[in-house]
Write a protein that binds this ligand. Structure first.
Ligand code: HEC
Ligand code: HEC
Length: 299
């Protein structure tokens, strides 16, 4: 919640109160200068194209309308305040929000306290906890992972047993709490690769899942050993400590066609899973971990 600085408080107050006072003065002066109280056919002397301007007072209803807006403004400021002052009612949307949050917390805390006594594995089989977890997932995670958690290009499927960072309850909780950043450098170790090198490496990567590419897979294998194996492993099975995907299982985060693999080698990748610690807090992350853990258990 950002608060206005004192300067802007004063700025807003000065403009509002200033215009109200100016409006009031203007109305009073207009009334004072009024020569006639009744409608007359006296003219101001202005005449244009045969049309004369009558010198009549402002209509009463119009005057009262002005005064009532000023009175309304004064009452409104009295009740809700202005600038840094919260008015006689001491109501503010910020205050109301805080009271409602405190009320909700009081109401739900015992529920979360109960769930906190259960392990992630136990939560994954508890109907209530799963229903809560699913709601949390729908409102926080589905935008990226999909409402069924099956993911999309660049966003991992959470319902299979293929994990970038590990599918143990601890690993899942760690991922949600602190977030993850996958870093696939351009060209792997040793930097950029030429087009033919990329094609050779891609041929080797394709061979890991039983396919054949256009490049020279034998040459690619040597390049893979020097540029890629440090992260993806000599056998290409990946490394969950750095989120380097298994390249042998034909499950792809960024697509497994020859073109897409060459694109990954050429441009690198940097998928970011945001950290939820500050946003959701430990209690909700615990319940969410149970829900995510449950998704891959029925395989
Ligand atoms: C802004 C998009 C985004 C949102 C929102 C998001 N995620 Fe993710 N998540 C990702 C990306 C991208 C990755 C893969 C990171 C990578 O490429 O290294 C990921 C990875 C994960 C993983 C690791 C999967 C694996 O295979 O190890 C888990 C678990 C996960 N997210 C759970 C969640 C949960 C639970 C939420 C809701 C609290 C959530 N995510 C919200 C983008 C998102
Ligand atoms: C520094 C570690 C590192 C090196 C070296 C590295 N990678 Fe990666 N690679 C990763 C990480 C981490 C990801 C996942 C990126 C993400 O989550 O956004 C990845 C992703 C990929 C993907 C996408 C996989 C998918 O499921 O879509 C391919 C293909 C790939 N790497 C191939 C290679 C090749 C080929 C080399 C060697 C030229 C290489 N990588 C070198 C860490 C590395």
């Amino acid at each position: 919640m950002t608060e206005l600085t004192t300067f802007w408080h004063l700025w807003v107050s000065a403009i509002v109160i200033g215009s109200m006072i100016a409006c009031g003065i203007l109305l009073t002066l207009t009334l004072k200068g009024q020569k006639y109280n009744e409608e007359t056919d006296q003219t101001t002397g202005h005449s244009f194209d045969g049309i004369d301007e009558l010198d009549n007072p402002m209509p009463k209803w119009w005057l009262w309308f002005f005064w009532s807006t000023i009175i309304f403004g004064v009452l409104y400021i009295g009740v809700y305040g202005i600038g840094g002052w919260t008015g006689f009612s001491d109501w503010s949307s910020h205050g109301q929000w805080e009271r409602e949050m405190a009320k909700a917390e009081e109401k739900y805390q015992p529920y979360y306290d109960k769930l906190n006594t259960m392990s992630v594995e136990e939560l994954a089989t508890d109907k209530d906890a799963l229903a809560t977890g699913q709601r949390l997932f729908a409102s926080n995670c589905a935008v990226c992972h999909g409402s069924t958690a099956t993911g999309a290009l660049g966003f991992p499927n959470l319902t299979d047993s293929d994990w970038l960072y590990g599918g143990s309850s601890d690993a899942i909780k760690q991922t949600i709490t602190n977030g993850r950043t996958g870093i696939m450098p351009v060209g792997g170790l040793g930097g950029e690769k030429t087009a033919s090198e990329r094609s050779d490496i891609a041929a080797h990567v394709l061979s890991l899942s039983g396919r054949v590419g256009a490049g020279d897979a034998a040459k690619g294998k040597a390049l893979f050993a020097s540029s890629c194996a440090a992260c993806h492993g000599g056998d290409g099975k990946g490394n969950q400590l750095m989120g380097a995907p298994n390249l042998t299982d034909n499950i792809w985060l960024y697509g497994g066609s020859e073109k897409q693999i060459e694109f990954t080698i050429q441009h690198g990748r940097g998928g970011v899973m945001p950290a939820w610690n500050e946003i959701l807090g430990e209690d909700k992350i615990h319940v969410l971990s149970g829900y995510v853990y449950s998704l891959s258990q029925n395989q």
